[in-house]
Design a protein around this ligand. Structure first.
Ligand SMILES: *[C@@H]1O[C@H](CO)[C@@H](O)[C@H](O)[C@H]1NC(C)=O
Ligand SMILES: *[C@@H]1O[C@H](CO)[C@@H](O)[C@H](O)[C@H]1NC(C)=O
Ligand SMILES: *[C@@H]1O[C@H](CO)[C@@H](O)[C@H](O)[C@H]1NC(C)=O
Ligand SMILES: *[C@@H]1O[C@H](CO)[C@@H](O)[C@H](O)[C@H]1NC(C)=O
Ligand SMILES: *[C@@H]1O[C@H](CO)[C@@H](O)[C@H](O)[C@H]1NC(C)=O
Ligand SMILES: *[C@@H]1O[C@H](CO)[C@@H](O)[C@H](O)[C@H]1NC(C)=O
Ligand SMILES: *[C@@H]1O[C@H](CO)[C@@H](O)[C@H](O)[C@H]1NC(C)=O
Ligand SMILES: *[C@@H]1O[C@H](CO)[C@@H](O)[C@H](O)[C@H]1NC(C)=O
Ligand SMILES: *[C@@H]1O[C@H](CO)[C@@H](O)[C@H](O)[C@H]1NC(C)=O
Ligand SMILES: *[C@@H]1O[C@H](CO)[C@@H](O)[C@H](O)[C@H]1NC(C)=O
Length: 802
């Protein structure tokens, strides 16, 4: 991309339409997508049940009912999350500039639009084949957008076609005759009535055309005689032939055909999902949808010479997990193993087969790594990019990190994936190393910070205690684990409260820290001191190294725990319950619509902001309060809560804290008589004054061909940004960056070696830091390596850049 083009891109503040992205009476992309995802998933579960000779009652199409009908009620949160990821990635095509007509089938870009779909479909299937569901879901959302827009923006519906155009998803077939460049397709509309503006011969001969769309362009895109998209954002509809043909909403130029178009879009989406199912098989398809299994089991292991005891402990616990959970609802959905040593790390093993996983754990050998420290953060980076969101990752090491320069990248990935990192530190880190290297943090401080900001634990135990510690932690890795409270404090006595609701079982308190004393007080006022290991409130307790767990007697109501410590400690209260929540920050869409778009990185600091909260696991529970709680415990910002459709809530805050914080949700479960509940997010959230954005690209990387990825940075303050561009595969990359007056733009060149196997995913993290304030923000981009026929010119030709 040239700098001139980059500047053009900055000036081009646009984004165009499709089925309305704002909530309203009309069906929008999100509803169309959800309807089809629920429909096909329910059909797949039906087929699986019938094949197993089980009864199946076809559910009403809600995420909760479909998950229950699929016999996977515990995965309803994951299913809900999958749907949201696909919806958001679909919606982003509209919400993020630059506007690209190919993604909307505008401007008669039929061949180009179809190519986006068929190339993307290849990428989805290739990613599913290697269990890379993270990339597959994002890609799916991206190609559903043009697929659905075809029915709204072309004249397919006007040609009285009542089934989807199946050739849109087939690489080698024609989608029909497309109007020639010089063929007039539309006449001026008569007054406000635009229903008969497409020429009769076009419709009779079944010639495909679509509306042209101009948004703040200097020279119109629309050739003489062509139809326009229409609507208030499309300037071309003022140029004869006036009016438009879009069916985006009931109020659009062809709004009378909106329902037909939306129904065809649902059917076409179902058809594309069926195609993916056919390639993946039912079992993999359900995993792709986030249905049917427990959480990921993810180990990151130091394999240097001194780690043989640790590896043995990991073997034991792996066998225990496999033996106790395979075949149950808590069977891990995927197993991930990332070894690291020095100078090597990876490759990750990622499998759904417990035997394959057991074998790869068995084949780990502790060798090498003479000069401690090791590449632990490189290993962790691969685990974070490879694991599903909200995963729990266990990292085992006995050495400090050599690659501390990756700390901010790992931080960004923890925030972005909301995954929890538990770090098992065996032995005293200093003990293995006599010499201190300058700039390398000593001891376990870096590990403690990373575990803490992810909401995980840094457990420091001797090698012979490791088996006990890890088996305590993995025992409670049920997929319906929820967090009631989590807090880290240093040198501070504090009284905490937490609400235990009737849906909870197995309420457990985790404490890490040395010399921590506490008093527990039950809702009925009974109290118990930490000095008595068991009593009427604690049914079981275990203690190893700096780590202690207490199983509480389950008694609904408000509990208190008074903590007294002269050392830093971490307190975490968890339990098992179907009721949990998902959330995303929202920002003003950068497109022309007055809408809110999901923020994929740090939200803006110090200004107002909104959150979308989705309650999962119960159709009767409601949210009453959403509170941003500073991680230090010092301040809280309560939000105003408004119920939206389908279990979603919009929470608005007058100010997003400038200090790190977590999200606390309180609500009422109508199921219970006392019914109040609370749930807390784990990852520590940081807001930022810096913004980093990158337009969604094709996200396909061709081996041996350099892809240029543009990005933009803004900040309220003047300053020199430091830019970092890191990828998890060690591919060659370079960047250039130009800055002026608090904002800047640049591009990263990324190249996959020509020998990279197809289907490989690579995650690129671009960070911008304002060195004055150490304020940082980032954008995380995922690519699939595929040999396709993509012409690199596609990225910078045509009307994409002007
Ligand atoms: C629902 O899915 C089934 C099977 O995948 C498909 O045959 C049917 O057409 C879909 N229904 C709609 C309305 O898309
Ligand atoms: C894992 O492999 C070990 C060693 O071959 C074997 O003893 C153990 O039974 C296996 N565990 C499972 C759960 O298959
Ligand atoms: C905790 O509560 C007790 C009374 O139950 C009170 O004496 C003490 O000061 C409180 N501690 C803190 C840190 O607020
Ligand atoms: C609601 O109550 C029923 C019957 O008491 C129980 O089986 C179910 O688990 C409860 N659901 C929740 C979400 O608490
Ligand atoms: C509580 O956890 C134990 C294992 O720690 C498990 O066996 C039991 O089924 C759990 N109880 C419930 C109600 O989930
Ligand atoms: C911030 O407040 C303004 C003015 O009230 C409002 O228009 C905007 O939507 C709010 N932003 C967010 C993200 O809620
Ligand atoms: C962002 O700017 C505000 C002033 O507008 C300042 O108070 C705050 O500290 C800044 N936040 C960060 C993270 O630098
Ligand atoms: C940015 O860096 C350059 C060179 O290091 C320096 O001359 C300039 O003063 C810096 N600008 C600001 C605003 O810090
Ligand atoms: C990126 O690649 C383009 C063309 O392939 C080249 O012109 C540009 O200089 C490269 N930029 C960097 C930072 O390597
Ligand atoms: C990576 O960059 C190095 C140095 O510029 C070069 O020698 C090497 O060929 C590049 N590798 C690939 C796969 O492009």
């Amino acid at each position: 991309m040239s700098w001139l083009a980059a500047l053009g891109l900055l000036l081009l503040q646009t984004g165009a339409s499709g089925f309305g992205i704002c909530p309203g009476k009309s069906l929008n992309h999100q509803e169309i997508t959800e309807e089809a995802l629920l429909n096909v998933t329910a059909h797949v579960c039906q087929a699986v049940a019938l094949a197993e000779g089980k009864d199946f009652t076809f559910p009403t199409l809600t995420p909760q009912s479909v998950a229950v009908a699929c016999g996977a009620s515990k995965s309803s949160k994951c299913f809900r999350q999958t749907i949201k990821i696909i919806q958001n990635s679909n919606k982003r095509v509209d919400a993020r500039p630059p506007y690209d007509p190919r993604y909307h089938f505008d401007n008669e870009k039929f061949t180009e639009g179809k190519k986006i779909i068929t190339d993307g479909l290849i990428a989805v299937k290739a990613s599913n084949e290697i269990n890379n569901f993270v990339v597959a879901r994002e890609k799916l959302g991206q190609i559903l957008h043009p697929l659905q827009d075809f029915y709204s923006h072309s004249n397919w519906v006007e040609m009285e076609m009542d089934v989807p155009n199946s050739n849109l998803i087939k690489s080698d077939s024609s989608i029909g005759d497309i109007a020639g460049e010089n063929r007039a397709t539309c006449r001026d509309c008569v007054g406000d009535d635009c229903t008969n503006n497409i020429f009769e011969d076009i419709l009779k001969e079944k010639i495909l055309t679509s509306g042209y769309f101009d948004y703040q362009v200097l020279i119109s895109n629309k050739p003489t005689g062509k139809c326009s998209h229409g609507g208030k954002y499309d300037d071309s509809s003022e140029i004869p032939p006036r009016g438009g043909i879009s069916k985006d909403t009931l109020d659009s130029s062809h709004g009378n055909l909106h329902i037909e178009a939306a129904n065809l879009a649902i059917a076409a989406t179902s058809e594309l999902l069926e195609d993916i199912r056919g390639a993946a098989g039912d079992k993999t398809f359900l995993q792709f949808m986030g249905i049917s299994k427990g959480k990921a089991l993810c180990f990151v292991i130091d394999t240097t010479g001194s780690m043989s005891d640790d590896i043995a402990a990991v073997r034991t616990v792996t066998s225990a997990v496999i033996n106790s959970r395979v075949g149950t609802v808590d069977e891990p959905s995927v197993y991930i193993l990332v070894p690291f040593n020095d100078p090597d790390f990876g490759p990750p093993t990622k499998t759904t087969d417990p035997n394959v996983f057991n074998n790869s754990i068995n084949s780990l050998v502790a060798t090498g790594g003479g000069d401690i420290p090791e590449l632990s953060l490189s290993g962790l980076q691969l685990a974070l990019t490879g694991a599903p969101r909200n995963s729990e990752i266990f990292l085992f090491t006995d050495a400090t990190a050599k690659d501390q320069h990756l700390k901010s990248t790992v931080t960004a990935l923890i925030e972005q994936t909301k995954s929890v990192v538990n770090i098992m530190i065996t032995g005293t880190l200093g003990g293995r190393r006599r010499r201190r290297e300058s700039g390398v943090k000593s001891d376990a401080q870096l590990y403690r910070e990373l575990a803490q900001l992810s909401g995980g634990l840094a457990i420091e135990v001797s090698k012979h205690e490791l088996s006990v510690a890890i088996s305590i932690l993995t025992k409670s890795s049920s997929s319906s684990l929820v967090t009631l409270l989590q807090a880290c404090r240093s040198l501070k006595a504090e009284n905490f409260t937490f609400m235990v609701d009737e849906s909870l079982s197995n309420v457990t308190v985790y404490i890490t820290g040395t010399s921590v004393a506490f008093t527990l007080i039950s809702p009925s006022g009974v109290s118990q001191e930490s000095s008595s290991a068991t009593g009427s409130l604690i049914t079981a307790s275990e203690s190893v190294g700096n780590f202690k767990t207490l199983q509480l007697k389950t008694q609904p109501g408000l509990w208190k725990i008074k903590m007294v410590s002269t050392n830093p400690y971490n307190l975490k209260v968890i339990g098992e319950s179907p009721i949990d929540f998902l959330f995303d920050f929202l920002e003003e869409s950068q497109g022309p619509f007055e809408c809110l778009d999901v923020v994929g990185n740090r939200p803006r600091a110090g200004v107002n902001g909104s959150l979308i909260v989705t309650l999962t696991g119960s159709e009767s529970a409601t949210v009453t309060e959403v509170i941003l709680v500073e991680s230090s415990g010092l301040r809280e910002v309560p939000g105003t809560v408004e119920a939206l459709d389908g279990g979603d809530y919009l929470a608005k805050f007058v100010r997003i804290p400038t200090e790190p914080f977590v999200v606390l949700v309180k609500g009422k479960n109508k199921n219970g008589s006392s019914g109040f509940f609370q749930r807390q997010s784990l990852t520590s959230i940081k807001a930022s004054n810096v913004t980093v954005t990158s337009p969604d690209s094709n996200s396909i990387l061709v081996p041996g061909i350099t892809l240029s990825i543009p990005f933009f940075v803004t900040s309220g303050a003047e300053g020199n940004f430091s830019i970092r561009a890191t990828n998890d595969r060690g591919f060659n990359s370079s960047f250039e960056f130009l800055e002026f007056g608090g904002c800047g733009y640049g591009s990263v060149n990324l190249t996959a070696p020509s020998t990279t196997p197809p289907g490989t995913d690579v995650t690129l993290t671009i960070e911008a830091e304002d060195p004055g304030s150490a304020d940082m923000n980032y954008v995380v981009l995922r690519f699939t390596v595929l040999k396709t026929s993509i012409d690199p010119e596609d990225f910078c030709s045509g009307d994409l850049w002007y």
